[in-house]
Design a protein around this ligand. Structure first.
Ligand code: KG4
Ligand code: ZN
Length: 340
């Protein structure tokens, strides 16, 4: 029984959660999407300022929802990176303040390690490694072999845009607003994924790297040739075809990674793991190839603090030394040095 309170503020969500190992006692997420939507993407300076305003009420709400006081906790955790530096610092300084006041140990957690732990929350998976993780978010697209806590082998990543970024940029081109993933997901459900043959970049290439910038260009050319405005049905077909191109490549490489590593489990995590087309295709691939696909509950796919708290609880159990080091771009396979 290890109660950990964690703070996450790496991008545009101010979040605080309390978990008891992998059981979520409270999870509060205050999103800034409405603030950034009118700019078509996250504005770092605005993100920092809004984290400052939200951080204390969000921490208070997480304690209240869990019915706990700071005295009843065993440890604290905070996302230390990667992310926007000004945004990270708000969460880190708040966490340091709590650590100073309470004397509790404070664990810095790698944001992507947090996403890996989203799959264990509320019993979605016992998540005993080893497994392959397909980590798909707004800033990252990676295939990782998870061998144990802090033992992450990066199999391949995107050379250019992340999958979530491809959704966001695609939606922008189609005039659908920000963030693009959820809108495209919704429209795709009403369209024909075979209506347009968008490119599946690098699908037949050896290795586990991805590239999505060519797909974005193909969509741009399509929009220019077709001209706006499209009917609702046309738009749905374009979204379904665009989404299928992204999902096909992700699932194709993920199932190859599971086979290459000789493993029997795939975890799909990160904001894009909310995509219904991706969830279905990854589960179907597992049924066809004989591996188990685990997807987190929808509420834990996007950025949240429960996943950060669960990662810290695992570190506490493993006897790791608590420390925080803010960084903006450290890769996940460098996240091993503090494991005893
Ligand atoms: O993990 P996340 O919340 O933040 C980062 O760490 O980046 O991921 C955000 C990304 C955005 O690009 C958003 O468009 C995408 O996840 N996303 C989706 C869906 N919901 C969110 N992409 C596809 N389909 C969705 N349903
Ligand atoms: Zn994230």
């Amino acid at each position: 029984m290890t109660k950990v309170l964690a703070i996450e503020s790496s991008c545009d969500e101010t979040a605080c959660a309390i978990v008891d190992d992998a059981r979520v006692l409270s999870s509060v997420v205050r999103s800034q999407i409405d603030i950034h939507a009118r700019f078509g993407g996250v504005v770092p300076e605005l993100a920092s300022r809004h984290h400052l305003g939200a951080i204390t009420p969000v921490i208070r709400a997480a304690l209240q929802d869990a019915g706990l006081t700071l005295r009843e906790l065993d440890a604290l955790a905070v996302t230390e990176g990667p992310g926007l530096v000004g945004a990270l610092l708000v969460g880190v300084q708040a966490a340091r303040g709590l650590a100073l006041a309470t004397g509790l140990p404070l664990f810095g957690v790698h944001h992507l390690e947090g996403h890996l732990f989203s799959a264990v929350l509320d019993g979605a998976s016992a998540s005993l490694p080893p497994h392959v993780a397909l980590l798909v978010s707004g800033g990252h697209t990676e295939l990782v072999e998870v061998r144990g806590l802090g033992r992450y082998r990066l199999l391949g990543a995107t050379r250019d845009d992340a999958a979530g970024e491809a959704f966001d940029k695609g939606a922008k081109l189609l005039g659908l607003g920000y963030p693009g993933g959820p809108v495209i997901d919704r429209l795709a459900a009403q369209g024909n994924p075979k209506a347009h043959a968008f490119p599946r970049s690098m699908i037949d290439r050896e290795g586990f790297e991805f590239s999505f910038s060519g797909l974005k260009t193909a969509l741009l050319v399509h929009v220019q040739q077709r001209g706006q405005p499209m009917t609702h049905a046309e738009l749905a077909d374009v979204c379904a075809s665009f989404q299928a191109a992204i999902v096909d490549v992700l699932v194709h490489k993920a199932r190859r990674a599971v086979r290459a590593c000789g493993l029997d489990r795939l975890h799909v995590v990160g904001g894009v793991a909310a995509n219904r087309g991706l969830r279905e295709a990854a589960i179907e691939a597992g049924v066809a190839d004989g591996f188990t696909t685990i997807v987190p509950a929808m509420r834990y796919t996007g950025d949240n603090a429960a996943m950060i708290a669960a990662a810290a609880a695992a570190r506490l159990h493993a006897g790791c030394t608590p420390s925080v080091e803010v960084h903006t771009s450290q890769a996940i396979d460098e996240e091993r040095q503090r494991i005893p």
